[in-house]
Design a protein around this ligand. Structure first.
Ligand code: CAA
Length: 283
């Protein structure tokens, strides 16, 4: 059965991006969050992105309107009764995700795939709270979703080939490049990326260089589009710390210990762009 209707849970940075690329791929999209204002804010970001596409000549007004018509705002998981797939992009907390997946398992149709955009939590454990672990999968998008080509597709222990193939096909319809990985802490993307960011924080912590200098080295020396500390601010320092903790706990190796400076910034509420201050200050 072709995937025609999607529910995206979480209308924040990642969820609104996933909702946008879904609607642009022609899917009907239920955009869900816990409060109306969160959903409205997410839809506002999508509208702004589409308007920029119009001003750049990549989309016409009629196309934009047609895309916007595909959205249905939602604050209840009960709206999942007729969807073909759910992509969960709520906060990174196992208890909250388990609660959502347990409820979705009761509400979503039998054929529906339940995917998580988790950046590091075990798909196998999320799947285990449902009665359909073969239809549970990781669909990990990168930030900013409308721009980044990768979707890391994570197979849980019980994920079926049919589920994997459908999600791979859907990612391609969204104009993304799917890459298959197995379920392990941080998968591949964050197993490699976040320790690099953590090491960049250590360079600042140990007084080896300023944030600007660390970022310049990686931009000009390694051709990264942005330096690791600017990227950490984009991802969110709380998210970076959380992923380091998942790697540290899950792999049990001291090389994954989070830098104390990262902990200090998070404790201070310096979370990066979203809080106006991280390694850099944002107006
Ligand atoms: N939403 C939509 N479009 C966006 C955007 C956003 N949030 N941010 C930038 N863009 C678009 C811009 O509109 C622009 O498009 P056009 O030129 O076609 O108009 C294009 O992207 C380039 O943007 P800019 O010119 O403003 O800036 P840039 O060339 O420096 O690119 C960037 C910005 C795409 C963010 C680039 O710096 C980059 O690729 N950075 C690295 C991003 C990255 O590594 N992401 C992965 C993070 S890890 C993750 O997400 C996983 C996890 O679990 C933590």
């Amino acid at each position: 059965m072709e995937i025609k209707k999607i529910m995206v849970i979480g209308a924040g940075q990642m969820g609104s991006g996933i909702a946008q690329v879904s609607a642009m791929a022609g899917l009907d999209v239920v955009l869900n969050d816990i409060k109306d204002e969160f959903v409205s804010r997410g839809l506002g970001v999508i509208e702004k992105n589409l308007s920029r596409d119009v001003s750049k000549g990549r989309l016409d007004e009629a196309g934009k309107e047609a895309i916007l018509k595909r959205f249905k705002p939602s604050t209840s998981l009960q709206d999942a009764t007729d969807v073909d797939i759910v992509v969960e992009a709520a906060i990174e907390n196992m208890e909250i995700k388990a609660k959502i997946f347990r409820e979705l398992d009761e509400i979503a149709p039998e054929h529906a795939i339940l995917a998580s955009n988790t950046s590091s939590l075990p798909i196998t454990e999320i799947a285990a709270v449902t009665k359909r672990p073969e239809k549970v999968i990781g669909m990990h998008f990168m930030n900013p979703v409308p721009v980044m080509k990768l979707v890391e597709i994570i197979r849980g222990l019980a994920t079926s080939d049919d589920t994997f193939n459908k999600v791979k096909e859907l990612s391609e319809r969204m104009n993304k490049v799917p890459v298959e990985v197995n379920d392990a802490p941080g998968f591949v993307s964050n197993r490699v990326l976040i320790p690099m960011i953590n090491e960049a924080v250590y360079c600042v912590y140990e007084g080896i260089a300023t944030p600007e200098a660390v970022d310049q080295v990686m931009k000009l020396g390694m051709n990264h589009p942005m330096g690791p500390l600017a990227l950490a601010d984009l991802i969110g320092l709380d998210t970076c710390l959380y992923i380091m903790e998942v790697l540290h706990d899950g792999l049990g190796d001291s090389k994954y210990r989070p830098c104390p400076l990262l902990r200090k910034y998070v404790a201070a509420g310096w979370l990066g762009r979203k809080s106006g201050r991280g390694f850099y200050v944002y107006e």
